[in-house]
Design a protein around this ligand. Structure first.
Ligand SMILES: [Zn+2]
Length: 268
């Protein structure tokens, strides 16, 4: 991995180019819901958001990392953003919780002979995919305060989404990249993320706030960036919402509001 280009140069003040990154795509479905895949929901939201930006933010150009069901690699997505000399990188994703496994007694079974004959319980394992967890959260590139280790992702398993490119902060080169990014872009990324999460809450969604994580999807782009998790695909209510026209419009609009307020603040 290369060090980020563009350090030490004066930062532009105007927001003129925004990269929209629909998470996953093509061979990579992302998290799976009960009837939908993350890759399709992210694309739907991103295409709506792009149109809203072009319609309402004059002079701002939108660049997409994908507009169809294809899978650009993370380096390809970064290359698109850096070549466009973009001012913001916004990656849209859908959350999922780890499934819950439960062991329940399914009956009894008789074992042994004569006096030793007795019954033992028989168990079976039930996997619960559905969650009642709902809400949004936005990630920025940084180190978790508790020195999050890459291994922490191990808590996710099975059919559950594992975001690509969780960086290992114990790797020296990774540590340098994250430190440089933090120095240059963390403050503005947090500002944008906070405005987006506030817009979600203003629209009645629950918010888990802005969190730092060592995400490669953000590390290669030399500009402030956020990764927005729009809701939980294994919550049946949220899945239906995120797959609906109204839901996608509302989500895109909340992100737009965050961008608009960030732009106003930056250009003041
Ligand atoms: Zn994702």
């Amino acid at each position: 991995m290369l060090l980020l280009p563009g350090f030490g140069f004066a930062q532009k003040r105007r927001i003129t180019t925004i990269v929209l990154d629909a998470g996953h795509g093509g061979k990579d479905p992302g998290a799976r819901g009960f009837f939908s895949n993350e890759k399709d929901l992210t694309l739907g939201i991103v295409m709506r958001l792009g149109k809203m930006i072009e319609d309402s933010l004059r002079g701002v150009k939108v660049v997409y990392t994908r507009t169809t069901d294809i899978y650009p690699s993370l380096p390809e997505r970064h290359q698109i953003a850096n070549r466009a000399d973009a001012d913001l990188f916004i990656s849209v994703h859908i959350n999922a919780t780890a499934g819950r496994t439960e062991r329940v007694q399914a009956g009894t079974h008789t074992v042994g002979k004569g006096r030793r004959r007795h019954t033992v319980p028989v168990y079976r394992t039930i996997h619960h995919k559905a969650t009642e967890t709902s809400g949004t959260e936005t990630y920025v590139l940084g180190l978790h305060r508790s020195d999050q280790k890459a291994g922490a992702i191990g808590e996710y398993s099975d059919n559950v989404t594992e975001e690509p490119g969780i960086m290992d902060p114990n790797d020296p080169q990774t540590a340098i990249i994250i430190a440089q990014y933090t120095e240059a872009f963390l403050g503005r990324s947090v500002s944008l993320g906070t405005k987006i999460e506030n817009a979600f809450m203003g629209g009645g969604r629950r918010s888990f706030g802005v969190k730092q994580k060592g995400l490669e999807v953000l590390a290669g782009s030399a500009m402030p960036g956020v990764l927005v998790e729009c809701g939980f695909i294994n919550n049946p209510t949220e899945e239906a919402y995120m797959a609906s026209e109204v839901g996608q419009q509302e989500i895109a609009h909340a992100i737009l509001r965050g961008i608009r307020e960030y732009k106003a603040e930056t250009e003041r």
